[in-house]
Design a protein around this ligand. Structure first.
Ligand code: TLP
Length: 336
């Protein structure tokens, strides 16, 4: 099986398994796990932020951020196709009691300053007011688009000018940084918190990190506990995370393979695959996406339906150049 369903499916390297075995550990709920502390400090440094918090998943990182930034009833402005809005089980309603105000980004998922200004609600006797703006980079649903720092800055500044904090779902922020050839901390200057995943293109078996100011991370620490995310000897999973951080430099290879994959898929009758910006290819299909996904699985290619007539394919470090060639042949047979 050539598994292109997600970049989350990677298996940890031998070095990661050894690092997990040998990790120095302590009780992280007491802040005493040296490996977790090292990982948090390292990620905060890479992102140019004061502090960071290790969390089990990207979803928890986003949910903790929303809860730590907002009060119940407040409005959360977010992009209609964003992960927080679409794929987190309505968690922001369940955990934070906020109401969402989705805005339609452009075809790359970019939200403009104008949209933020229009969506913003001032608190008064009748309205709870806007509590948070959440942005996403790369934008998963729009095909892994790498949104330029300037666009993030523009939307974020519109929110912050109105006293509204900004959270960035940077599950694949390092892919955006690699694609645009800018350091990751260039995306974080204008926001109040950032969540990055170690378990996607970077290849860690588990874990994400939520970063921000010291007071924010202090609040987030309590919310993580509330959500059941306080882990004990978590150094065992943080150690592979530290190694994963070193994989930022190889993300460009995944992007190159995604480009070749898209070009191959686009040559198949019944599939239109745009040139991807990072490691995600969202292809339009003439046949219903569910049928295409089933047929691909029978041919030995894993992919996921992303809409009624769109299918997502992801490249990652367990996908070789040969896999890309073979996947294109197999998808061709499946669609035929
Ligand atoms: N996304 C998963 C699925 O849930 C769709 C995937 O395979 O891409 N933010 C973004 C932008 C994401 O793409 C994801 C995962 C998350 C947050 C949540 O991360 P996890 O899966 O660690 O909870």
């Amino acid at each position: 099986m050539i598994d292109l369903r997600s970049d989350t499916v990677t298996k940890p390297s031998d070095a990661m398994r050894v690092a997990a075995r040998d990790a120095d550990v302590g009780d992280d709920v007491y802040g005493e796990d040296p490996t977790v502390n090292e990982l948090e400090a390292r990620v905060a440094d890479v992102l140019g932020l004061d502090d960071a918090l290790y969390v089990p998943s990207g979803t928890m990182g986003n949910q903790v951020a929303v809860r730590a930034h907002t009060d119940r009833g407040e409005e959360l402005i977010l992009e209609r196709e964003s992960h927080v809005y679409k794929w987190e089980l309505g968690g922001v309603a369940q955990h934070s009691g906020v109401q969402t105000r989705p805005v339609d980004g452009d075809d790359r998922g970019v939200v403009t300053a104008e949209q933020v200004r229009e969506a913003h609600v001032e608190a008064d006797g009748h309205r709870a007011g806007t509590g948070l703006l959440a942005l996403e980079n790369t934008h998963n649903s729009k095909g892994g688009t790498a949104i330029a720092p300037g666009a993030i800055e523009s939307a974020a500044t519109a929110a912050r000018d109105r006293g509204v904090p900004v959270h960035l779902d940077g599950a694949r922020l390092f892919n955006a940084a690699a694609a645009l050839d800018v350091p990751a901390d260039r995306f974080t200057r204008d926001v109040d918190s950032v969540m990055v995943c170690l378990s996607k293109g970077l290849g860690a078996p588990v874990g994400s990190v939520l970063a921000g100011s010291e007071p924010f991370v202090e609040r987030a620490h309590r919310v993580r506990k509330l959500m059941g995310g306080g882990m004990r000897q978590a150094g065992l999973i943080a150690a592979p995370g530290l190694l994963a951080l070193e994989n930022r430099d190889r993300l460009g290879e995944d992007h190159e393979r995604a480009r070749r994959l898209a070009a191959g898929l686009d040559g198949i009758d019944g599939i239109a695959a745009p040139d991807p910006e990072t490691n995600i290819v969202v292809a339009e299909t003439d046949a219903p996406a569910d049928d295409v996904v089933d047929a691909c699985e029978r041919e030995g290619v894993g992919c996921v339906a992303f809409g009624d007539y769109s299918v997502r394919f992801c490249t990652h470090w367990d996908v070789s150049d040969d896999d890309v060639e073979r996947a294109v042949e197999r998808v061709g047979r499946a669609v035929a």
